[in-house]
Design a protein around this ligand. Structure first.
Ligand code: NAD
Length: 263
C-alpha cells in the first residue's frame, strides 16, 4: 500500500479557515481524515463560512464553524468551549489567523504596534493555552503556529508584522519544551503563497503578470506556493510520521531565502 497520512478520528481546530492558507490546511486535514472546526471573521451563514463547511463535508468529515475574532480572549474561550461541546475533543490546533500589519518602524503608532502584537503574536499563545488540556488528553496533541518567511528576512516597511512573526519562533520553542512530550509544537513559515491577498498585491502593479513572472523568477522552485501544499505539510506534521518534529519552525518558501542575489 502507498504511504498514506491518516488522521482518522482526530479533531482539528483551524483558525482563519475561511480563506487562503487556513482554508487550504482545513481541507487537507479533512482529506487526511480529520474532522475540522474552523473559525474566521465571517458570519456563520456567509458564503465564506458555507464554503469552508462544504470543503470539509465533501471529504466525508464533519465540519463546525464558529465566528471568532482571535484578538478577543473572551471570544477565543467561547470558541474552544463550542468546539469541545461539538466534538468532545481537540487533537490538532492550527493557529493560522493573521493579517499583514505593514507600517514601517518610524511611522508605526503605539496603537498599531499593540494591535499587531495582539493579533499576530499574543492570540496564538492565548489560544494554545486554552487548548492545552484537550491536546494533553488527546494522545496525539499538537500545535501548529503560522509564522512567515518574514521571521528570517523582511522588506522595508513590513514592520511590525515581521517582528511578531519572528517572536512566534520563540513561542514555538517555549511551548514545545514546556508542554512536551504530550503536546508537540511546530511553526510553519510559508513564503510567497497563491492567496487572495497576494493576488491583490500583484494587481496593484501596472502590469500584474509581468510582476508575477518577475517574482516567480526569484524562486528557485520556479513557482509560488499553493495553499494545498501548505495544507499537505500541515497534515504530515500532524501525523504520527512526524512524531519527532517539535520545537522548530519549518520554512516553506520555494528556496527564496537560499538565493543571495536576484538576477
Ligand atoms: N499569504 C502568504 O503568502 C503568507 C505568507 C506567510 C505567512 N502567511 C500567514 O498565513 C496566515 C494566513 O494568511 P493568508 O494570506 O492565507 O490570509 P487570508 O487573508 O487569505 O485569510 C485570513 C483568514 O484569517 C481570518 N482572520 C483574519 N483576522 C482575524 C481575526 N482577527 N480573528 C479571526 N480570524 C481572522 C480571516 O477571516 C481569514 O479566514 C497569516 O497568519 C499570514 O500572516 C501568509
Amino acid at each position: 500500500m502507498a504511504l498514506a497520512i491518516d488522521l482518522s478520528g482526530r479533531v482539528a481546530l483551524v483558525t482563519g479557515a475561511t480563506s487562503g492558507i487556513g482554508a487550504g490546511i482545513a481541507h487537507m486535514l479533512a482529506k487526511a481524515g480529520a474532522h475540522v472546526a474552523g473559525c474566521g471573521m465571517s458570519e456563520p451563514g456567509s458564503p465564506k463560512a458555507s464554503a469552508f463547511k462544504s470543503a470539509i463535508t465533501t471529504t466525508g468529515q464533519r465540519a463546525f464553524y464558529h465566528q471568532t475574532n482571535v484578538e478577543s480572549p473572551a471570544e477565543l474561550e467561547a470558541m474552544v468551549a463550542a468546539v469541545v461541546a461539538e466534538f468532545g475533543r481537540i487533537d490538532i490546533l492550527v493557529s493560522s489567523a493573521g493579517r499583514n500589519v505593514f507600517k514601517g518602524a518610524e511611522n508605526c503608532s503605539e496603537a498599531e504596534w499593540m494591535g499587531n502584537m495582539d493579533l499576530n503574536l499574543a492570540s496564538h499563545w492565548r489560544l494554545a493555552k486554552l487548548c492545552k488540556p484537550h491536546l494533553e488528553a488527546s494522545g496525539h496533541g499538537m500545535v501548529q503556529i503560522m509564522t512567515s518567511n518574514h521571521a528570517w528576512a523582511s522588506i522595508p516597511g513590513c514592520f511590525p508584522y515581521n517582528v511578531a512573526k519572528t517572536a512566534l519562533t520563540g513561542l514555538v520553542r517555549s511551548l514545545a519544551i514546556e508542554w512536551g512530550p504530550k503536546v508537540r509544537v511546530v511553526g510553519i513559515a510559508p513564503g510567497f503563497i497563491e492567496t487572495p491577498g497576494n493576488d491583490e498585491w500583484f494587481a496593484s502593479f501596472p502590469d500584474p503578470s509581468q510582476e508575477r513572472d518577475r517574482t516567480i523568477r526569484t524562486h528557485p522552485a520556479g513557482k509560488l506556493g499553493t495553499c494545498e501544499e501548505i495544507g499537505a505539510w500541515s497534515a504530515f506534521l500532524a501525523s504520527d510520521y512526524a512524531a519527532f518534529a517539535t520545537g522548530t519552525t519549518y520554512l516553506i518558501d520555494g528556496g527564496r531565502l537560499a538565493l543571495l542575489q536576484d538576477s
